[in-house]
Design a binder for this molecule. Structure first.
Ligand code: MG
Length: 376
């Protein structure tokens, strides 16, 4: 069974304030439609996005990849029809029609709609009205309205593709939404439990509410780092910020602190921002003999600038000698001081490789590290 989605994003709605239609305004640093697209993407095989012709550049800038882009029309009905036309080439079994301005739709809501389509030709989320309802005129209450049986409609509204395509083709009067279109054609539509978080961004206040809700979603990042340096002549090695006496030294462009390099790369990795070699090219003579805390401080600074705090770091050194155990407390303290977190959040471990491989032959030392970062 194939499931498709149409994201309707051709509207010009600017009640949310700002110069751009609301679907292009930024929410937690990304356009609203970016959140919407990524909420739907894991649940469907095909996505068609319906855009206003003026917005093609804005779409390109999102970096999102839809299966097809199509140009909408002056009314929502006509825009959805354009989306259905575009989708007909993919011949999906089912289609979810969703507002670009509902970026907080949950996986549960999407799944509930899809599940309901196993029994019904149409299904859509809605929330029973709980507030009292009034009629009013000139800022004066003129009566009350029974809220019994009233629902606030949300999207995605899901349908068997052939049923909703047919319904839109035969539509001859304006419709409030796709459920209205479907019902006008005799399609039965099931109500699934809506979600209060699935708000339709309309006003500036909605942006604040949506930002707060998204901000509460914990953004946890994990990165790994791996490094190797070979032994050469010398009488000490730098490991995780500690000078350890040894019959040989590690060779490298910098001080060759293999552990600190792995930790730095783990942090760069967690934020998706390259590695030591990219930020401090070995071809650049100014980094010759550099102390490795420069790299680690840079990685930590970049993470902090991007709103992340480092939750914990775990580093494993792989070597036969020197023995790392006696130096572990000093190594943890050194890393903790540079990263700016408690020693209890730093782990430095060591293992041999049972005399196997280059570390076993004492040709060099390898280090692997993991860092976990949390958006603060
Ligand atoms: Mg290195």
């Amino acid at each position: 069974m194939s499931i498709a989605a149409i994201i309707v994003a051709a509207g010009r709605g600017t009640r949310a304030g700002g110069d751009l239609p609301k679907q292009w305004q930024l929410l937690c640093g990304k356009p609203v439609i970016w959140h919407t697209f990524n909420a739907l993407r894991p649940h469907v095989n095909t996505i068609v996005v319906v855009l206003h012709p003026d917005d093609l550049t804005l779409w390109e800038e999102t970096g999102l990849k839809a299966d097809q882009i199509t140009i909408g029309a002056a009314t929502r009905d006509a825009s959805v029809r354009a989306g259905l036309d575009a989708l007909s080439h993919f011949a999906p079994d089912k289609v979810l029609i969703h507002d670009a301005a509902r970026p907080l739709v949950s996986a549960k809501t999407i799944n509930d709609v899809i599940q309901a389509l196993n029994k019904y030709e149409g299904a859509a989320p809605a929330i029973p009205v709980t507030d009292a309802l009034w009629t009013g005129e000139n800022a004066e209450v003129t009566g009350t309205q029974n809220r019994e049986g009233l629902f606030r409609a949300q999207t995605p509204q899901g349908f068997h593709f052939s049923a909703i395509y047919q319904a839109h083709m035969t539509l001859n009067e304006p419709a409030a939404d796709d459920v209205a279109v479907a019902r006008a054609a005799g399609v039965k539509v099931a109500i699934v439990q809506g979600d209060a978080r699935n708000l339709k961004i309309t006003t500036p206040d909605d942006f604040i509410r949506a930002t707060n809700m998204l901000g509460n979603d914990m953004d946890v990042r994990v990165g790994n780092g791996y490094d190797v340096h070979r032994f050469g002549d010398g009488d000490h090695v730098w490991l995780c910020g500690v000078k350890v006496p040894h019959g040989r030294s590690l060779q490298g462009h910098s001080d060759a602190d293999v552990g600190m390099h792995a930790v730095s790369d783990a942090i760069y990795g967690a934020i998706g921002m390259g590695d030591i070699g990219q930020h401090f090219p070995p071809s650049d003579p100014q980094w010759k003999g550099a102390e490795s805390h420069v790299f680690l401080r840079h990685a930590v600074g970049l993470a902090t600038e991007n709103g992340y705090k480092i939750s914990n770091v775990d580093c494993t050194l792989v070597c036969e000698y020197p023995k790392v155990g006696p130096h572990q407390p000093a190594m943890k303290a050194a890393l903790a001081a540079i990263i700016g977190i408690g020693v209890d959040r730093i782990s430095v471990k060591a293992t041999t490789s049972e005399r196997l491989g280059f570390t076993g032959r004492e040709e060099g030392i390898a280090a692997i590290a993991t860092a976990a970062l949390v958006k603060s």
